[in-house]
Design a protein. Structure first.
Length: 486
């Protein structure tokens, strides 16, 4: 597959392009993202679905710029898909033909079920494993839902309700209240009993905007929207309030200006869906159709899923930034052995082993930015890039373990992220173990180191005496009183 690939998604409301670059067979990262609110569906829903000339011109102009950007970034492949507004349009072929003629880009119209599948494919590969959930992707012309069970896509459906469609049929004409609710409920009646789950995965602009709103309401310590969770109980009243609000009141609620045109319509749909699905929590997804289209291309030979125990963010960081493999392997192995050997002292739950080992894998990634303060660089990489397959609590803990290299952590040090972290005592043990594992590599020896714990004495059996290691051990910060004997 081409090293750089551009994925273009032409929705009813916006056209977006994402450019991905591969760093290994399955690992990739985003190098460019462009969005234009071309509103290709504007005027279509009140004119029998016919795409209007002014909207077509906007779309063609935006795609022309997308094409130029892709060429400048040396993309060898462009995959372009179009969704609801284009697939419903009687004159869709005119638009597709014009794009092919002018830009040599083939536009593929995908049906609603395929659109739903792509969104869900991104979610099951790029969020922590989902046992039972329903994805909800509210677009401009349609809303797609997918039932997920044990990490697998079970059922898909596409409903003809979207933000632009509702805006033109109801909100622009002041047909609100019972009329719009009746329309939405009629569409939702097509959902069968399988579409019921405790968890909703929100995909698309409406749910991302809501996620950001609720993050600001609670002064959430992270800015990462992907994986942010909140309860339906705490949010449903505000979602309903937005749906029934006037445009003039949206600012006072906290809605950003660029969402004024369709957020009320999206909330009207989302509120009814929350009630219908009987969901208790919402997880916001930062990925959707574009990632799904790309994944379906690179995962053709693996059934649409990453291999077992593969994590995209982890692999991407390792392949792009990890230094010496022997050093990394030593730190991982030693951290795990120390955790298990010191269990009688630290008494930590085994659930802490995975974040510790992950921290060991990524502890030296920051060296590619600069040797001095590499632990701070590595921690920053983790906090801002370890987004896929990890919960927010996971990545904050991993970043914290790396950040406080050989330092005793205080309550004040973790105050900003306290709600996402375990106790200071637990953190200090994990920081110590990783710091000690790195210290033991000080003279480059990476074989045959063994540990024995006798009461409060940790014996480190080295293949030969090491002055550098002995000196460093004297200065290491221990989480509690015990002796280290080399």
């Amino acid at each position: 597959m081409a090293k750089r690939t551009a994925i273009i998604d032409i929705g009813s409301n916006s056209a977006r392009m994402a450019v991905y670059e591969k760093s290994s067979r399955f690992a990739f990262h985003l190098v460019k993202e462009v969005k234009s609110r071309v509103r290709i569906g504007e005027g279509a829903y009140e004119n029998g679905g016919q795409l209007q000339d002014f909207a077509l011109k906007r779309a063609i102009d935006a795609l022309s710029d997308f094409s130029q950007i892709a060429k400048n970034l040396q993309c060898k492949k462009i995959i372009c898909v179009a969704t609801s507004a284009v697939r419903d349009a009687p004159n869709a072929n005119v638009f597709i033909g014009e794009i092919k003629k002018r830009l040599d880009i083939k536009v593929r119209i995908i049906d609603g079920n395929k659109e739903a599948y792509y969104g869900a494919l991104a979610v099951i590969n790029m969020l922590p494993k989902l046992n039972d959930a329903i994805t909800v992707d509210i677009g401009g012309g349609s809303t797609e839902l997918v039932k997920i069970k044990n990490g697998n896509i079970i059922k898909t459906i596409s409903l003809d309700i979207g933000t632009v469609r509702l805006k033109e049929l109801f909100f622009d004409n002041k047909k609100l209240g019972n009329e719009v609710n009746t329309f939405i409920l009629k569409k939702l009646s097509l959902l069968d009993k399988d579409f019921c789950a405790n968890t909703i995965i929100g995909i698309g602009g409406t749910t991302r905007a809501l996620g950001k709103l609720f993050m600001s309401k609670v002064n959430y310590p992270l800015s990462t929207i992907h994986g942010f969770e909140y309860s339906t109980k705490s949010s449903l009243d505000l979602i309903r309030k937005i749906a029934s609000s006037s445009v003039l009141n949206l600012k006072s609620i906290g809605i950003k200006k660029d969402r004024y045109d369709t957020i009320r319509e999206g909330c009207a749909i989302f509120a009814k869906l929350i009630e219908k699905l009987d969901a208790k929590r919402i997880i916001t997804s930062g990925v959707g159709i574009r990632e799904g289209v790309y994944l379906s291309d690179i995962l053709r030979s693996s059934g649409g899923k990453f291999p077992e125990n593969f994590n995209l963010s982890l692999e991407s960081l390792k392949t792009r930034f990890s230094p010496d493999k022997q050093e990394m392997g030593f730190i991982i192995k030693t951290s795990e052995e120390l955790f298990l050997k010191l269990k009688p002292l630290h008494k930590l739950n085994d659930d802490f082993l995975y974040p510790l080992v992950t921290a060991a894998r990524l502890a030296c990634t920051g060296r590619s930015l600069g040797f001095y303060q590499e632990h701070l660089h590595s921690a920053y990489f983790v906090l801002n890039s370890l987004n896929y397959g990890f919960t927010h609590k996971d990545k904050v803990l991993i970043s914290t373990i790396i950040k406080f290299h050989n330092k005793k952590v205080s309550e004040n040090d973790i105050r900003q992220y306290k709600e996402l972290l375990p106790s200071v005592k637990e953190i200090n043990w994990l920081v110590f173990i990783l710091s000690f594992a790195k210290l033991l590599f000080a003279n480059g020896v990476f074989k045959d180191i063994k540990f024995e714990l006798e009461g409060n004495f940790l014996h480190v059996i080295y293949p030969k005496p090491s002055y550098l290691v002995k000196s460093a051990i004297k200065n290491i910060n221990k989480p509690e009183s015990f002796a280290i004997v080399l």
